[in-house]
Design a protein around this ligand. Structure first.
Ligand code: GRF
Length: 202
């Protein structure tokens, strides 16, 4: 059975593109059935349109409260009956209602080695701290900010002459590979959570 993926994006969508490319092979075991965003006019949505995949947008500013937005987002995602919902550079925190519906199958990729450098500026914060290695983390989203159970991590060196953009681009190369590899395994083999441990395979 092919796993149904709904991918949420807020910007360039290179992680989305990596998934789209992987899904072109039926042996991968998953298909992107829809792409959602919190804003219009982004390359992530254009990538989905070029691939012929349905898109939807819910902007926080179009709703009377964050809670209404959260419910609308959950409804739009639910309409595509996903097995997995993937935040791939989606720059909004899911609310209680969204997590009630998709908790345990809503995953996020973060450009740092959690629990170090959570939040919006993982690459910048790692660079400012002066760590010699950083990386990326795929985790199951919970109520906290980047606190969920970890499914995969990949290590990336920090070079002496890095600026934030150079470091983030190097992380994103590792991030795309981690995402494609892990989502494929989750789709084909399943996964489970035991306490703080995310374990791939049945
Ligand atoms: C990724 O590094 C993601 O972890 C971060 O923003 C970046 C999104 O890149 N939150 P893209 O839109 O997939 O190219």
């Amino acid at each position: 059975m092919t796993a149904r993926l709904v991918v949420l994006v807020s910007s360039a969508g290179t992680n989305l593109q990596a998934l789209l490319d992987a899904c072109a092979d039926p042996a991968y075991g998953a298909a992107v059935v829809a792409v959602g965003a919190d804003r219009h006019g982004i390359e992530g949505l254009a990538r989905a349109e070029r691939a012929g995949i349905p898109t939807f947008v819910a902007q926080v500013s179009d709703f009377s409260s964050r809670e209404h937005w959260d419910r609308a987002m959950a409804d739009k995602v639910a309409a595509f009956e996903p097995d997995l919902v993937i935040s791939a550079g989606f720059m909004k925190l899911a609310g209680a209602h969204f997590l009630e519906r998709f908790g345990g199958r809503y995953i996020n990729t973060h450009p740092a080695l959690l629990p170090s450098f959570p939040g919006m500026h993982g690459p910048r914060d790692a660079l400012e701290y002066g760590v010699k290695v950083t990386g990326c983390t795929l985790f199951v989203v919970d109520e906290g900010v980047d606190t969920g159970v970890i499914l995969a991590q990949s290590v990336v060196p920090v070079e002496d002459d890095d600026d934030v953009d150079a470091l983030h681009e190097r992380i994103k190369v590792a991030e795309r590979a981690m995402l494609v590899d892990t989502v494929g395994r989750m789709a084909r083999e399943g996964f489970r959570v035991e306490g703080r441990r995310g374990i791939l395979g049945a």
